[in-house]
Design a protein around this ligand. Structure first.
Ligand code: IPE
Ligand code: IPE
Ligand code: MG
Length: 246
C-alpha cells in the first residue's frame, strides 16, 4: 500500500509541469509574446539540471497543448520554429549531460521537419539515464485516453480484457511512474487538459511565478511543499498518530 512522503522519502520521482506565463512575462516588458516563449525555452534548459540535481528521475513538461492550435497562426508557427531552433542549439549539450528526451503527444499534424527533429532527439539520447525529460507537444489528456483505447481495440482486446492496467500500458507516458508532483506556473489554477489520467494522485502545486522567471528558488519551494504533504491514496494517514497516554 502506498504510504506518506515521510516514509517514502521526500523527493518526487516524477514531476510534471505546466510551463505557463510566457506571454504575460513578455507583455510586462512591452515585448511580443514570442520573446516570452524564447525565454521560456531558456528556462526549461536551466531547470532540467536543477531537477536532476535534486534527484528527480522524470520531468514531464507541457510545451504545446492540443488546444494551443487556437492561437494566432503566427504564434503557432513561432512555437514550432522554436522547437527546431531548440533541438539544433541544445540537443548535443543535453545529450552530453545525460538527459534522455522523449516527445509525447500526437505526432500527426506537425511538419515532417519537426517529426524528424524529435526522432533525432530521441535517438541521440536513448541511452541516457541521468533524468528522463518528456516534452508534451500537441498533447492533450483526453487525446491520450482516446489513443490508448484505440490501441487496445487495434490490439484485439475484448471488453473484459480492458482494465486500468491495459489502458495505462498504452498511455503516452507508459514508461514512467505516475507524476508525484504537478506544478503549474503563471498563477492559473487549472489543469488545461494536461495529464488527466496520470495525475489521479499527484500532489498539486500552483505558483504565481511566470514561467521565464522560474528557477532553483521556486523549485526548492515546490519540493519543500511536496515533502510536507501527507499522501494517503485513499487510505489513512501514515503513520497513524499515537493516541495520548498510549
Ligand atoms: C505557456 O505560456 C506556453 C505555451 C502555452 C506554449 P503562455 O503562452 O500560455 O503564456 P500566458 O499564459 O499567455 O502568459
Ligand atoms: C497550458 O497553458 C498549455 C501549456 C503550457 C503548453 P495554456 O495557457 O494554453 O492554458 P489556458 O488557456 O490558460 O487554460
Ligand atoms: Mg497561458
Amino acid at each position: 500500500m502506498p504510504v506518506s512522503n515521510a516514509v517514502q522519502g521526500a523527493v518526487p520521482r516524477h514531476v510534471a509541469i505546466v510551463m505557463d506565463g510566457n506571454g504575460r512575462w513578455a507583455n510586462k516588458r512591452f515585448m511580443p509574446r514570442f520573446f516570452g516563449h524564447e525565454q521560456g525555452m531558456e528556462t526549461l534548459l536551466r531547470v532540467i539540471d536543477t531537477f536532476a540535481d535534486r534527484g528527480v528521475e522524470y520531468l514531464t513538461v507541457f510545451a504545446f497543448s492540443s488546444e494551443n492550435w487556437k492561437r494566432p497562426g503566427e504564434e503557432v508557427s513561432g512555437l514550432m520554429n522554436l522547437v527546431l531552433i531548440g533541438v539544433s542549439k541544445y540537443l548535443r549539450k543535453l545529450a552530453a549531460e545525460g538527459v534522455r528526451i522523449r516527445i509525447v503527444g500526437d505526432r500527426c499534424g506537425v511538419s515532417d521537419k519537426l517529426r524528424a527533429a524529435w526522432d533525432e532527439a530521441e535517438r541521440l539520447t536513448a541511452r541516457n539515464t541521468r533524468i528522463n525529460l518528456s516534452v508534451a507537444f500537441n498533447y492533450g489528456g483526453r487525446w491520450d485516453v482516446v489513443q490508448a483505447c484505440r490501441r487496445a481495440v487495434a490490439d484485439g482486446l475484448q471488453p473484459e480484457q480492458i482494465d486500468e492496467q491495459a489502458l495505462a500500458r498504452r498511455m503516452a507516458l507508459a514508461f514512467a511512474p505516475d507524476p508525484d508532483l504537478f506544478i503549474r506556473t503563471g498563477g492559473e489554477m487549472r489543469v488545461s487538459n494536461f495529464l488527466l489520467w496520470q495525475t489521479a494522485y499527484a500532489e498539486l502545486y500552483f505558483s504565481d511565478c511566470l514561467w521565464p522567471d522560474f528557477g532553483a528558488t521556486e523549485i526548492d519551494a515546490a519540493l519543500a511543499a511536496y515533502a510536507r504533504r501527507d499522501r494517503r491514496f485513499g487510505g489513512v494517514r501514515h503513520p497513524e498518530p499515537v493516541p495520548q497516554g498510549a
